[in-house]
Design a protein around this ligand. Structure first.
Ligand code: PLP
Length: 419
């Protein structure tokens, strides 16, 4: 059976069930913690199990030939082959769509696979994408180095410069892309203004809201077309899985799901189980991440060795006003600069902390710390680092769900003990 037939028949089932509450034990209107626990799940599950079982199957059987024909002709809601989806994944997609307030969500094996899948679906040779320039370095790399090979042009404009973005929009522009908040500078985009720019010009809009999550930012409600998350971060939340997701309207995601079935960037059943398990506590975790981020940011701003703190919840942040208008809380990520410009003095602070672990990534229960110069930009030239705004004395701290007083005591000993 060709992938085309599969796409026309198979996604139909999830389409009918993805809107908030449909087919789930959490009706529309429930609060986020209730949705996190119940949305997307059937009330009575196979084996009367309270959890969704892990179906370790790469393929799904048909009773006889007529069953295949009925499946195709009647668009029956059932599985067919593992690359097109699996039962747990459909549950996770419905749960995330409910959390996001979106009609539909399509899961991928990583955040980058989600971005690549969306852009490969939507862009053709001759098209242009416009980016706000502060963004995840692999997203930038994919657009600049790889989409260019297929004749797609990437234009970047300074983050938050809506006039520059508008001026850059031409007849070939197909997508406006931004993160909010951005990584690692935590610039916050006015998502209402960004969505309006897209609507006024007939161009689709994408917000990578990985750092904010649906707890803190509601891009779909603001009129943005697509929301992307690296579910590796807060949605999974436990530093134990990779996944990515795009949320949006049924109609606009239908071709995206179809191409995913060809790309094969899908989650295996065990990975999906971890994601579903992580999502149960999403609301509780986010409340603590927000609290820890705010407290740690305030502590750092007052510390004599700290030059500058990038945290949208601080009144000193450039986009604090936009953050207050558009966000519920400001997340667990805190970026800061030491007064010493020296990379080694900065590395000494990173090496002296005892609770946060030294690692890339963010959004998990364990706090993580890193020096972007070393972790992500080591092989860039000094000019590139200047262009991307990555000074030697920058530290990025992802506050986990530990107690903030322990994190602050640890940072105190690390900053005071290495000065
Ligand atoms: C981590 C991250 C990604 C990429 O996600 P993966 O799951 O690692 O592929 C994309 N955008 C942002 C903002 C991220 O932090």
């Amino acid at each position: 059976m060709s992938p085309i037939q599969v796409s026309e028949t198979n996604p139909g089932d999830s389409r009918k069930e993805t809107s908030r509450g449909d087919g789930s034990s959490a009706p529309p209107g429930h609060q986020m913690s209730t949705l996190a626990v119940h949305a997307g799940e059937s009330r009575q599950k196979p084996g009367d199990s309270i959890t969704d079982p892990i179906f370790c199957a790469s393929t799904y059987t048909f009773r006889d030939t007529q069953a295949i024909i009925d499946f195709i002709e009647q668009e029956q809601p059932r599985e067919e082959y593992g690359r097109y989806g699996n039962p747990g994944e459909r549950v996770a997609e419905r749960k995330i769509a409910a959390l996001e307030g979106a009609e539909e969500a399509v899961l991928y094996s990583s955040g980058m696979a989600a971005l690549v899948g969306l852009l490969m679906t939507k862009l053709s040779s001759g098209d242009e994408v416009i980016f706000f320039n502060e963004c995840y370095h692999r997203s930038r790399e994919f657009c600049r180095k790889h989409l260019s090979r297929f004749g797609v042009t990437t234009i970047d404009v300074p983050t938050g410069d809506y006039d520059a973005m508008r001026a850059a929009i031409g007849p070939q522009t197909r997508m406006l892309i931004s993160e909010s908040p951005t990584n690692p500078h935590q610039s916050v985009v006015d998502i209402h203004r960004f969505a309006k720019l897209g609507h006024d010009t007939g161009v689709e809009t994408l917000i990578d809201a990985t750092l904010a999550t649906p707890y803190n930012l509601r891009p779909i409600e603001a009129g943005v077309d697509y929301v992307l998350h690296s579910a590796t971060k807060y949605l999974g939340g436990h530093n134990d899985l990779l996944a990515g997701v795009i949320a949006g309207s049924q109609k606009m995601l239908e071709p995206v799901r179809y191409l995913r079935g060809i790309m094969g960037a899908i989650n295996g059943p065990q990975n999906i189980y971890l994601l579903l398990r992580g999502l149960k506590t999403f609301e509780l975790r986010m409340a603590r991440h927000n609290e820890n981020g705010q407290r740690v940011a305030q502590f750092l701003e007052a510390h004599p060795r700290v030059e500058k703190v990038y945290y949208p919840g601080l009144p000193s942040h450039r986009d604090h006003d936009i953050a207050v208008r558009t966000m519920r809380g400001y997340g667990g990520l805190v970026t800061f600069l030491l007064k010493e410009a020296d990379w080694r003095a900065t590395a000494d602070v990173v090496d002296a902390v005892t609770i946060p672990r030294i690692a890339p990534s963010l959004g998990g229960v364990e706090s993580l710390i890193e020096q972007p110069l070393v972790m992500s930009y080591y092989q860039c030239t000094p000019q590139e680092r200047a262009e991307y705004g990555i000074p030697d004395n920058m530290i990025r701290l992802s506050c986990g769900i530990e107690d903030s007083s322990d994190l602050i005591a640890d940072l105190t000993q690390a900053l005071d003990g290495t000065s």
